[in-house]
Each structure stands twice: as structure tokens, then as C-alpha cells.
Design a protein around this ligand. Structure first.
Ligand code: G16
Length: 545
């Protein structure tokens, strides 16, 4: 096998964000762009030399092309074996599952998650380490440094290989196993949850489910698990065929992007009483009942309170973690059950050490992500199965389970307001303005809210003692309400300002308010404190979740 050493010059913009390198497809299409970044990964991940690499992606535009390039570069960089998903498809949680099961040295996932796909959309690449989780910042920083000085990459001179069916072949000294994309993951789900109990929900017609795969990677997984193994009726999975452009839609499982699903749940003429959706790469989830939306932060709290009812967690949980902007609903459950609750920066990678050190069993984020120690990624279908299992045990609807939880622990009204594609300098100045104020806000009163604490969140990892600074400005009020501001690390156009607002209400008589109304005063305060209108010239957020 001939190995070409291709001369190249660095790109200055290959710094990974919250979750790998995400850019417009046309940025990745620049000559040598993808190759430079992949070579930088191989230069840093030394254990891949002579090691096992897992490779797959969410099937978006450029996935197939990138898979072929990475296979050739893996062969040229001395990788001994690659396990690649059939047609290059592997969900993010299944990559994590496969890395752990086969003790791989790492995995490359091609995905821009919930961002739109197609030739004009986004593409992304992320690296997961041998524990199955996203590479920590120390690794991604090293990759970025390597990308700034790269001068050549290595690539095998071979024709594209056929990966459309499971089989084994050899490229030079490297073995390639094209694997069934869904088998290992489905098997793992069957071990964690009570499949017979869930199956009987479907076969007895007690539950009619609609799962929106959003033409993304979970389609084949959901059909295998829900329709085949759990015998939900055919057609339970909608938009189940992965498409390069996600059917022209935005594969982001929230109420703004799942109209077909929510129409089904909300229509009085259908019997559909459980709905769920997952995103581009299958790690996010949304859970809805009949005319009822479960906030992801509440979902984490409910899972934590009920984990002992699920076979995979029957011995209880050791602790939980949530990202900074995730509501503090789970904190209440942790306190009541006397277990640790960690607050981390945004990004699944921060949960890795806590899981590996057995400090936590469950973790989750407001951004429609939840997961557990079964893998090291958030996991969309796992969350759906968790809820199905809960319904089977409790024999209650999604709404009843959630309302009972609020009654016991109180309700955290919660919303996130996103201001997208703001000029990056304006966004940076807005955050600076907030940081500058942060030291002097404590004790000040805004309408009926008095500030208790305001700071720029800094995380000290209790396991490896690493420190991560500037993770968001948080304003805590005396009555447990909270506002958090941060800039997204996953956008590809300008900056996205995220404003997270929450208010805790213990009294069950007040659990029926409209969320935006319940938070109206805090929303106003959030806008005033950050001078959003004046600085960004925006009257309204672009997206409210
Ligand atoms: C990624 C990260 C999550 C994070 C989310 C939003 O999710 O894995 O930890 O919460 O982005 O991040 P940001 O607020 O910085 O945009 P995904 O599903 O996009 O990989």
C-alpha cells in the first residue's frame, strides 16, 4: 500500500467547541481542511497507532466522503483495526457503547448534532477517548495546537471501499470491520430496561407512541428497538429514514422543530399518548405526553427520583450531575435523598471524570440531553426507554408522573431564550459587561427579586483538579430564582447568546401557570441586566425552549 505524504498549511480556525469541531460544510470542503484536522487527531491520540478505532456518523451530507478519507488516513497512520458502521452510520451513544464494549482506543464521530445538514448546512467531527466519552479539553486543546503547526498529512493511496453491508476487509496492514450499526446498542438497552413490561404497554394497546427520528441517525435504531423488539405498531417511528439533509428540516428535538409529532400528540382525534424525538446524532431526547411537554431539566429530576424502579439502576444511584444552566430541579431530589449533586460547565465531557470515578450514576443538561454510567455520552433512546419503563411500572401518564413529582419536590419554571447569529464582538462585549457587573450585584433589588450571588462560573473538577473558567455568568436570587447567561459553543454563524431563566415554586396551587408568564418578571430583568435590546438590537429571542 502506497502512503502519500501531502504537504499542507495550517488553518487558524480548528479550535473545537462545546462538542468537537463544527463548521459549515463549505468550510470543511476547502482542500486539506478535513485532512488537517484528522491528522492533528492522529498526532495527539498516539494510542491509535496499533490500536482500534471506532468510526461512524449521523449520515449528514459529507459523512460518506469523510468516512472514506478517515479510513485511508487511519491506514496511513498505523491504526490496526477500524470498526465502522454500515453505510458510515453510528449514533453518538452507540459509538460510546462500542468503544467500551470492544475496548477501543478511541472513536471518531462525524456529526454536527442538531444543526441543519445538507450541502449548505453544517458538518462536524469529534473524538471520543477510550472511556467512550468526548475527549476532555486538555486533549482538544492539544489537537488545536497541533492543527496550528501542521505541515503534512498522511493518506493511503487506495480506491474508496464499499461499506454498505457488514463484512471484513483489509487495507494494507489495517483490518476494517463494517459492523451492524444497531446490534450492540440495542442489546445494551435490553439489559438496562424491562423490555417485557414495556412490550406489554404496546401489545395491550395501553400506550400509543410516536417517535420522531427526524430523518436522522436514530431511525434504524428506533425501528429495531420500538417496532421490532418491543412490538410497538408499525409506523410508531416517523421520519425513520436517515437523509443527508434531514429532509430539509432542523434535526433538533424541541417543540419548535417537531410539528408533525406534536400535532399527533395534541390532536383529540388520535389515541397517541406518548411522544418522543431525538436529534441528528441520537444523543438528545424530547419527551412529551398528550398536550404535555416535559422540560429536560425536570426529566433529569424525575429520572433521579425514580431510578430505583428501573432494572439497570435498581440498586440506587450514587450521585447526579447537571450542567450550570440546567434547572436546579434535580438538586432538590438529590438533597432529599442525600446524594451528591455536581454542577459542571456545559458540555458532556465534564461528566466523564465524575462517571469514571463513580461519583455519579445519572447526569443531564437543559439542552435535551440525559444519560447515565451505561456509556459516556448522553443518550436519546435510552431516555425514551427510561420513560417507557417508568410508565410501565407506575401505570401513570407522562403528565401524571410529572405533576406528582412537582407536588413532592416543587416546580422549577424554566425557559431558555436564544439570540442567534449576533455579531461576535457585540456578544463578547455583552458578556464582558455582565462580568464587570457581577462583583457588585449581590444585595441589589430588581422589582421583587433580590440578588443573593452573582459570579462568572468557574469549575474545579473534583477528580483531576483541572480548572475551567468563564463558563457563564449566573445571577442567583434570594427566592432560589436564577438567571444564567452564556455564549453557545456549538453555533457556526456569529455568536448565540443563551439566557436561561428559572423560578422555583413550591406551592402546588401555583403549578399550572404558563411558563413564560410565570417567568415574565425575571425575563424582563434578564434583558435589562444584559442590555440585550440596546446591544444586540433584538426585541425578541429567535428561539424559546
Ligand atoms: C452539545 C454538548 C452539550 C451541550 C450542547 C449545547 O450537544 O454535547 O453538552 O449542552 O451542545 O451547547 P451550547 O449551549 O454550547 O450550544 P450536542 O447534542 O450539540 O452535541
Amino acid at each position: 500500500m502506497k502512503i502519500n505524504h501531502i504537504q499542507s498549511t495550517p488553518f487558524s480556525d480548528q479550535k473545537p467547541g462545546t462538542s468537537g469541531l463544527r463548521k459549515k460544510v463549505r468550510v470543511f470542503q476547502q482542500p486539506h481542511y478535513l485532512e488537517n484536522f484528522v491528522q492533528s487527531i492522529f498526532n495527539i491520540a498516539q494510542s491509535l497507532k496499533g490500536g482500534l478505532l471506532v468510526l461512524g456518523g449521523d449520515g449528514r451530507f459529507y459523512n460518506g466522503h469523510a468516512i472514506q478519507i478517515i479510513l485511508k488516513m487511519a491506514a496511513a497512520n498505523g491504526v490496526k483495526r477500524v470498526m465502522v458502521g454500515t453505510n458510515g452510520l453510528l449514533s453518538t451513544p452507540s459509538v460510546s457503547c462500542i468503544i467500551r464494549k470492544y475496548k477501543a482506543d478511541g472513536g471518531i464521530i462525524l456529526s454536527a448534532s442538531h444543526n441543519p445538514g445538507g450541502a449548505d448546512g453544517d458538518f462536524g467531527i469529534k473524538f471520543n477517548i477510550s472511556n467512550g466519552g468526548p475527549a476532555p479539553t486538555s486533549f482538544t486543546d492539544a489537537v488545536y495546537e497541533a492543527s496550528k503547526t501542521i505541515h503534512e498529512y498522511r493518506i493511503a493511496d487506495i480506491e474508496p471501499v464499499n461499506i454498505d453491508t457488514p463484512r471484513r476487509f483489509v487495507i494494507g496492514d489495517m483490518q476494517v470491520d463494517v459492523i451492524d450499526s444497531v446490534a450492540d446498542y440495542s442489546e445494551m438497552m435490553e439489559q438496562l430496561f424491562d423490555f417485557p413490561a414495556i412490550r406489554s404497554l404496546f401489545t395491550s394497546d395501553q400506550l400509543q407512541m410516536c417517535f420522531d427520528a427526524m430523518h436522522a441517525v436514530t431511525g434504524p435504531y428506533a425501528i429495531e428497538i420500538f417496532e421490532k423488539r418491543l412490538q410497538a405498531q408499525a409506523g410508531t417511528v416517523i421520519n425513520g429514514i436517515p437523509k443527508e439533509d434531514f429532509g430539509g428540516a432542523h434535526p433538533d428535538p424541541n417543540l419548535a422543530h417537531t410539528k408533525e409529532l406534536t400535532d399527533r400528540l395534541n390532536s383529540p382525534s388520535t389515541k397517541t399518548n406518548f411522544g418522543a424525538a431525538s436529534d441528528g446524532d441520537g444523543d438528545r431526547n424530547m419527551i412529551i405526553g398528550k398536550n404535555f411537554f416535559v422540560n429536560p431539566s425536570d426529566s433529569l429530576a424525575i429520572m433521579t427520583a425514580n431510578a430505583h424502579l428501573i432494572p439497570g439502576y435498581k440498586d440506587g444511584i450514587v450521585g447526579v450531575a447537571r450542567s450550570l444552566p440546567t434547572s436546579r430541579a434535580v438538586d432538590k431530589v438529590a438533597a432529599a435523598n442525600n446524594i451528591s449533586c455536581y454542577e459542571t460547565p456545559t458540555g458532556w465531557k465534564y461528566f466523564g471524570n465524575l462517571l469514571d470515578d463513580n461519583r455519579i450514576t445519572l447526569c443531564g443538561e437543559e439542552s435535551f440531553g440525559s444519560g447515565s454510567n451505561h456509556i459516556r455520552e448522553k443518550d436519546g433512546l435510552w431516555a425514551v426507554l427510561f420513560w417507557l419503563n417508568l410508565i410501565a411500572v407506575k401505570q401513570q401518564s407522562v403528565e401524571d408522573i410529572t405533576r406528582a413529582h412537582w407536588k413532592q419536590y416543587g416546580r422549577h419554571y424554566y425557559t431558555r431564550h436564544d439570540y442567534e447569529a449576533i455579531d461576535s464582538d457585540i456578544a463578547a462585549r455583552l458578556m464582558e459587561h455582565l462580568r464587570a457587573q457581577s462583583t457588585s450585584l449581590a444585595g441589589k433589588r430588581f422589582s421583587s427579586y433580590q440578588v443573593q450571588l452573582c459570579d462568572d462560573f468557574r469549575y474545579l473538577d473534583p477528580v483531576d483538579k483541572s480548572v475551567t473558567e468563564h463558563q457563564g455568568v449566573r445571577v442567583l436570587f434570594e427566592d432560589e430564582s436564577r438567571i444564567v447567561y452564556r455564549l453557545s459553543g456549538t453555533g457556526t454563524e456569529g455568536a448565540t447568546l443563551r439566557v436561561y431563566i428559572e423560578r422555583y415554586v413550591a406551592d402546588p396551587q401555583q403549578h399550572d401557570m404558563d411558563t413564560q408568564q410565570a417567568l415574565a418578571e425575571l425575563i424582563h430583568i434578564a434583558g435589562e441586566l444584559a442590555e440585550i435590546k440596546a446591544r444586540c438590537q433584538r426585541d425578541q429571542p429567535d428561539v424559546i425552549t
